[in-house]
Design a protein around this ligand. Structure first.
Ligand code: ZN
Length: 70
């Protein structure tokens, strides 16, 4: 049985140092979950609602603007 939850891939770029990455999300209604994240970025808990996590550049520590790509 395959998953009923659609996955989608988003290309991300660090707003500060222009590092490139790819993130894969599962989207289930209004919820989304991180499936995979390319090297060069990591996830951490976000202080900004409504998103529980934010994606941060390893090089310079800058977080992505989470409303991009959706
Ligand atoms: Zn960066």
């Amino acid at each position: 049985m395959s998953s009923e939850i659609p996955q989608f891939t988003v290309n991300i770029i660090c707003p500060k140092c222009s590092a490139l990455g790819v993130v894969v999300w599962e989207k289930d209604g209004a919820q989304r979950a991180l499936v995979s994240l390319s090297k060069g970025f990591y996830e951490r808990l976000s202080r900004k609602v409504p998103y529980p996590i934010e994606l941060v550049c390893h090089e310079c520590g800058t977080a992505q603007a989470e409303d991009d790509g959706l």
